[in-house]
Ligand binder design. Structure first.
Ligand code: FAD
Length: 380
């Protein structure tokens, strides 16, 4: 009997899992013993980190996407469409067009979505760079900006843990490069009592903020934006004026998770922290942003988790016990401006330790932005 592996989501995690399973089981796929299907709502694979560079006019939109078909092993079937519901009882994914995709094993890799609507007035009064469209609008706003007060505000949870700091450092150097640093104030707000959720990163960032005259406002949870008065008010009652507001908006899991009744209040799926199985299920795995795990929502997280899920799937299909475990590993570059970067790596046990920023690490990040297209294809 043919075993059906279905992967819901053609982003970082879904694509890596699909390719790794296909590479390990080409013979079985050719003989019809195993079928691997990727369900994805877009024919395009999006490399989201490019949106940060798009906002600063360093890349163009075409550099952030490629057809998913070009990245997937040719033995993998693609179903392009929107999943409406996941039904673990009948073991199928129901699509909005009325069709259903049955599975023996399901991998949920649906990612997350920015939810600016959670902050009243933010969509009208603020900018972000978490989608192509919003990054393009911010690119125009920066182009038209000739000095004033830039407020960067952060909602939680959000993907890419270091993006708030990266944007702040980049915009500060960008103002210098435009010759408008003297007329520009940079203000940064963060919801908890330090500059970043990862304590070593917060400690590392403090002297950098002081040296660059970036004004921090901690314990600031954005609640309300007034696009006319150009103010942002926090839950804590603080009001800040802005000329340009850039938000890292709070995020949610995808609506298909909510519709299926599989998520918590934020539509994040309860997931076992090391086996990555959906809680209460042996044949459904979850990875990337979609989990409720207390780790950073990052592409590297999705990739490291995908390695574990793919190994376990292959092992289970071969009669093994699927006992590889995820250790919480995450790796993030941190752009510290327009010419230097550092990086952090950490897991469930080991905290991050940012190192001195260098030009070399920045160059490597830029190179990785190109090499990325080889990684989901399984060449690295
Ligand atoms: C501006 C920005 C900068 C970033 N920088 C970094 C960085 O430097 N380093 C880093 O590690 N991470 C970074 N990230 C985060 C990273 O992009 C995400 O964490 C990563 O893409 C998550 O991978 P994923 O596989 O979980 O989900 P995604 O890659 O988001 O893929 C989700 C997939 O699911 C599909 N999908 C969702 N719902 C449905 C549905 N109902 N039906 C069918 N298909 C569906 C989507 O179309 C998509 O193909 C950044 C993100 C942004 C926005």
């Amino acid at each position: 009997m043919m075993k059906k592996i279905v992967i819901l989501g053609g982003g970082v995690g879904g694509t890596v899992v699909a390719n790794q399973v296909a590479r390990a089981m080409t013979t079985e796929m050719k003989s019809g013993a195993i079928a691997v299907t990727v369900i994805t709502e877009s024919t395009q694979h999006i490399y989201q980190p490019m949106f940060l560079y798009l906002a600063f006019d360093r890349v163009v939109p075409a550099e952030a996407k490629k057809p998913e078909r070009e990245l997937l092993d040719r033995h993998i079937k693609i179903v392009t469409g929107i999943a409406d519901r996941i039904d673990p009882e009948s073991k199928q994914v129901r699509m909005t067009d009325g069709t259903a995709v049955p599975y023996d094993y399901l991998v949920i890799a649906t990612g997350s979505r920015p939810a600016p609507e959670q902050v009243a007035g933010l969509s009208e009064g603020g900018h972000m760079f978490y989608t192509e469209e919003s990054a393009l609008k911010l690119r125009q706003a920066l182009h038209d900006f000739h000095g004033g007060r830039i407020v960067i505000t952060v909602g939680v949870p959000h993907k890419c843990p270091v993006a708030p700091l990266e944007f702040t450092f980049m915009v500060q150097e960008w103002a210098q490069s435009q010759g408008i640093a003297d007329q520009t104030e940079i203000v940064y707000t963060y919801p908890i009592g330090r500059l970043h959720s990862l304590e070593p990163v917060a400690q590392w960032a403090e002297p950098v903020f002081a040296a660059r005259h970036i004004e921090p406002h901690i314990f600031f949870n954005p609640e309300l934006v007034d696009p006319v008065k150009k103010t942002i008010t926090s839950l804590e009652g603080e009001v800040l004026d802005y000329d340009l507001l850039v938000a890292i908006p709070p995020h949610m899991g995808q609506d298909v998770i909510g519709r299926s009744g599989l998520g918590d209040a934020g539509q994040w799926i309860p997931t076992h922290r090391t086996s990555l199985q959906m809680e209460g299920s042996e044949d459904v795995f979850v990875l990337g942003d979609a989990t409720n795990l207390p780790i950073s929502k990052a592409g590297s997280t999705a990739h490291f988790e995908a390695d574990v899920v793919a190994s376990n799937l292959v092992n289970l299909l071969q009669g093994g016990l699927g006992s590889m475990r995820y250790d919480g590993k995450v790796f993030c570059f941190i752009e510290t401006g327009l010419t230097k970067a550092t990086y952090i790596t950490f897991d469930y046990v080991h905290p991050p330790k940012p190192t001195e920023p260098t030009e070399m690490i920045h160059m490597f990040k830029l190179a990785y932005n190109r090499l990325y297209w080889l990684t989901p294809a399984g060449l690295l």
